[in-house]
Design a protein around this ligand. Structure first.
Ligand code: ATP
Length: 289
């Protein structure tokens, strides 16, 4: 579990990036931090692995205040995926994936074997292993970024706008893949985006931030859609425009979940705990507002 307790971050130049935030992130879930530019999403994310330290308050991982943990050790134990994959341009794909295991002293042959397995895990052909990042598409590079973050087998995966630079179709593929991976690998994922549709597509829990690093609402996509906390949230999720006409897809037999899609077929949320009024495979139109 990850917990923010009364966390504030003020940068040395006086910018108040996060103001007194309390968040609980349950293990093996996807929490999406969503908000407009400058609302403090990246700052919040980076406080989990001590790339940023809070000015006051505590960040706890499994009950331990991260301030008491060596930052280098902490960062090697938590996966981090950034926009454009953050790959090292002069290293082959296989070596990019093996970065952290090699730093930890794993033998080169074992690290390579593990890298190849991870390419399988993220749906990449092993034939790409000896190529360089520039020889891969944007979507492929993002998958390598995910493989690299998984290489140390972390329980926690932090993802900062990881799919921001790819086209919408690849983005949808990557989102679907991330959900699959998360349920297969049982990771706790904290994901930053400014894209509300991406947040609905991925989140078990959404944390909606407003300018000044203030939490506007925390809830499941269904809760946020059904009960936006205030006018800001309603406007941010687009519910006030009355345009979010949603449909239910047939229940996924493996997870038991029902995906909610918008009129363009894009995932907009999940229903996990439905009641008798929503039948399997039924597709009544539902409206968010
Ligand atoms: N190192 C820093 N020094 C001073 N101010 C900073 C620093 N990093 C971020 N900020 C400021 O803190 C606020 C929050 O920034 P942050 O990057 O966390 O927001 P964000 O929601 O991730 O934004 P974006 O979506 O644009 O990446 C912004 O006003 C930003 O300018």
């Amino acid at each position: 579990m990850i917990e923010f307790r009364g966390v504030t971050k003020q940068y040395p130049d006086g910018t108040l990036a996060i103001e007194h935030v309390d968040i609980v992130i349950q293990p093996r879930t996807i929490t999406v931090l969503v908000g407009s530019s400058g609302s403090g999403k990246t700052t919040l994310l980076r406080m989990i692995n001590r790339m940023v330290d809070p000015t006051s308050g505590q960040v706890l991982v499994d009950g331990t205040d991260v301030a008491t943990v060596d930052p280098v050790r902490l960062r090697r134990s938590i996966g981090y995926v950034m926009q454009n994959g953050g790959l090292l341009p002069h290293r082959r794909i296989v070596d990019n994936v093996a970065t952290v295991p090699l730093l930890r002293g794993v033998a080169k042959s074992a690290a390579r074997a593990r890298s190849l397995e991870l390419l399988d895990t993220v749906g990449l052909d092993r034939g790409l292993a000896d190529k360089y990042p520039r020889q891969l598409s944007g979507g492929q590079q993002q998958r390598v970024g995910v493989a690299r973050a998984l290489a140390a087998d972390p329980n926690i995966l932090l993802m900062d706008e990881p799919f921001g630079a790819v086209d919408p179709i690849v983005r949808l593929e990557l989102q679907t893949e991330l959900r699959r991976l998360q349920s297969a690998l049982d990771k706790t994922v904290v994901f930053v985006t400014h894209d509300i549709d991406e947040a609905f597509a991925l989140a078990d829990q959404m944390v909606i931030l407003r300018t000044g690093g203030i939490v506007a609402q925390i809830g499941t996509p269904a809760e946020v859609l059904a009960h936006p906390a205030d006018d800001f949230v309603a406007s941010f999720i687009g519910a006030d425009r009355g345009q979010r006409r949603l449909r239910l897809q047939p229940r996924d037999p493996a997870s038991g979940r029902i995906v909610v899609v918008d009129s363009a077929g894009r995932p907009a949320g999940l229903i996990e705990d439905d009641h008798a009024s929503i039948g399997d495979g039924a597709s009544p139109d539902v409206k968010a507002s």
